[in-house]
Design a binder for this molecule. Structure first.
Ligand code: TXA
Ligand code: MG
Length: 309
């Protein structure tokens, strides 16, 4: 895999590849994405193949604005009002809206659903490439079920033997995937995935989920357990929020995220990767100290990383 600097020349190269139906890994403010032209079925097929992603799990389409031609279908009046209000408040940024699908979006992008997930990213490289190529479908640039990449080096570790180009846009400013909210016909909101922006959502029932929200996700190779009364067997790699926790638990390697949850979110996935790579048998994670703000999304990621371990 070749790592491209985000210069005008290199972005032109990346854009040319995308226009030709190839995939390119790109930075966004949440996590790195594996991008392909959203209306091009060959590109979409390449995304699924590179990630080993099952085709029941639909992709997010990255746009500059809600009215990008052909992406979102006709909206009911209250649905439009709600979508526009959320887009005004949070775009560009880490919020994905699930809305009726427009005519140009292939089945493969939506897994055959009548809806499409859309988001307007904030990262200047992602925006420049969408401006140059048109809407880009991009899931996180990790192998299916694994830890999302928050740097170009992480992308190389995940997909280096499968994808030819990654544009290096620096470390991700948010570090967690976008919040996903479905907007219903009457403008009712359902939270499908907690993420980089804390949003109010009406209770949608626990069964409502994005199709890709599997119980096991963000999985390190090592088992991950939560810090509890009894010490796990084996050499421990510790993921702590509170420096005081780090000071009292003996570990082969410790990553301290800190108690500021925005900073913790930014570092979470890189810390998990580092602990997964170190010489320990088990990752022990301190539970997220709060569910407020980004705490909901951080706790969600850790629970999925621990699932089935
Ligand atoms: O921050 C992000 O959202 C990153 C960056 C690259 O934009 N992307 C990302 O994509 O996290 P991915 O593919 O890892 O997660 C997309 C999620 C999946 O859980 C998928 O099931 C859900 O979005 N999704 C996509 N289309 C949907 C739809 N029509 N209805 C419900 N959920 C949908
Ligand atoms: Mg993902």
């Amino acid at each position: 895999m070749e790592v491209l600097a985000p210069t005008a020349d290199q972005l032109a190269r990346a854009a040319a590849r995308l226009r030709a139906g190839e995939v390119v890994a790109i930075p966004t403010e949440t996590v790195y994405g594996l991008a392909g032209a959203a209306f091009d079925e060959r590109a979409l097929a390449r995304i699924f193949a590179a990630k080993d992603r099952p085709t029941f799990d639909p992709l997010i389409v990255h746009v500059l604005e809600l009215d990008a031609p052909g992406v979102v279908g006709p909206l009911a009046p209250r649905q439009r009002a709600a979508a526009e209000r959320l887009a005004r408040a949070h775009w560009p940024g880490p919020l994905t809206l699930v809305l009726p699908r427009g005519p140009r979006v292939p089945d493969l992008a939506t897994a055959g659903l009548p809806t499409v997930a859309v988001r307007s990213p904030r990262h200047p490289v992602a925006r420049a490439l969408v401006a140059a190529v048109g809407p880009l479908a991009a899931p996180s640039a990790n192998r299916f079920g694994r830890i999302s990449p928050t740097s170009a080096a992480d992308v190389v570790a995940e997909l280096g033997d499968r994808v030819e180009l990654v544009v290096d846009g620096g470390p991700c400013a948010v570090g967690l995937e976008s919040t996903i909210v479905a907007v219903g016909e009457d403008g009712e909101l359902t939270l499908l995935r907690p993420g980089g922006v804390a949003v109010e959502a009406r209770p949608g029932g626990p069964e409502v989920r994005a199709p890709g929200m599997l119980p096991s996700h963000y999985a390190p190779h090592k088992p991950l357990v939560f810090l509890g009364a009894s010490a796990p067997a084996g050499r421990v790699a510790l993921l702590a929020f509170d420096p005081a926790t780090a000071a009292r638990v003996a570990a082969v390697r410790t990553e301290v995220l800190g108690l500021d949850l925005e900073a913790a979110a930014r570092r979470l996935f890189a810390a998990l990767r580092a602990l997964d790579a170190c010489d320990a048998d088990v990752i022990v994670a301190e539970p997220c100290p709060s569910r407020a703000g980004l705490g909901h999304a951080i706790a969600d990621r850790l629970e999925r990383a621990a699932h089935g371990k």
